[in-house]
Design a protein around this ligand. Structure first.
Ligand code: ADP
Length: 289
């Protein structure tokens, strides 16, 4: 069983021909609401591939919150550890222009997920085969999750987004860290080769369409991405992380798991909306064949 401890947002997605400049008003081409939040996205990515997933998070007692809970249930994700609070459900305002995006997140209820709630559902966490974390919840809750996992020997996959919420002292206690290039530069500086060597088989840097890199203890390993035409890269990293967790829990080697995650994420970027394009297992295998 995989447990995701993280955010749930309603994404308010606007497709546009050009991003507005400061002080400018532009017309968007298309608007849609779609369920998102890095936590929920990664939970769905893993569940759609066949993982048994539990989601720990917090939503508001409002229309968006009810919808987000229902969406997880439709994906067969266990929501019994999902809190409802009086704060409004988190939202993300996403501007999409070709395969580029600009995102504003209002965390709302996500910031009401407190360490005490993790204690209340401690059994779920300690019985997991892997816990997936991102950084859209309070830092003290992330720190507490890592501590509970360490005590129970549960592997932790941490996707450090937004990177500003990462504390370097967590590095020893997590199993995998999966920044994209921007997050990696923010956390460790621009010398990726040197940084990778410091964290063998732990640091996996995602490189957009170029795939991902890690260091296996002896050699730098570059696992190339699958070339495709990207429609919307929102949720690419989330699909990568959910798929990576799925594959590792299934017992795949890190090399196989990163290859699998690249393929899954390449399928996701072919469709608009974060969760919409997340593939099933058969779609990933069809592309691998
Ligand atoms: P994030 O979405 O977190 O910014 P990346 O942009 O590095 O992270 O993308 C994560 C993963 O998604 C990549 O490692 C790759 O597997 C896949 N991916 C992203 N963009 C593309 C693309 N244009 N074509 C194919 N795969 C992509």
């Amino acid at each position: 069983m995989i447990t995701v401890i993280g955010s749930l947002n309603m994404d308010l997605v606007i497709q546009m021909a050009d991003f507005p400049q400061q002080g400018e008003t532009v017309l968007g081409q298309h608007f849609q609401t779609s369920p998102g939040g890095k936590g929920a996205n990664q939970a769905i990515a893993a569940a759609r591939l066949g993982s048994n997933v539990t989601m720990i998070g917090c939503v508001g007692d409002d229309r968006f919150g009810h919808t987000l809970r229902t969406v997880l249930e439709q994906e067969h994700i266990d929501t019994t550890s999902l809190l409802t609070t009086s704060e409004s459900t988190g939202i993300a305002n996403i501007l999409v222009h070709h395969n580029d995006n600009r995102i504003i997140v209002v965390p709302g209820a996500n910031y009401k997920l407190e360490p005490t709630h993790l204690d209340a559902v401690k059994d779920v966490i300690t019985q997991s085969q892997m816990v997936i974390l991102q950084l859209e919840i309070p830092m003290e809750t992330t720190a507490h999750a890592i501590k509970l996992c360490k005590e129970a020997n549960v592997p932790v996959l941490l996707n450090p987004a937004p990177a500003a919420n990462f504390d370097m002292c967590w590095m020893d206690d997590i199993t995998y860290l999966t920044p994209n290039e921007i997050e990696c530069a923010q956390l460790f500086g621009n010398d990726f080769d040197q940084t990778l060597e410091k964290y063998p088989n732990k640091l996996i840097i995602t490189l957009g369409r170029d795939g991902a890199r890690y260091f296996d203890g002896e050699y730098p390993i570059h696992v190339p991405g699958y070339m495709t035409k990207a429609e919307d890269t929102t949720g690419a990293g989330d699909t990568f992380n959910g798929a990576l967790a799925y594959a590792l829990v299934e017992g795949q080697s890190l090399d196989e798991a990163v290859y699998f995650a690249n393929i899954a994420a390449s399928l996701a970027v072919e469709q608009v909306s974060a969760q919409g394009g997340m593939p099933t297992l058969s779609k990933v295998y069809a592309r691998m064949a």
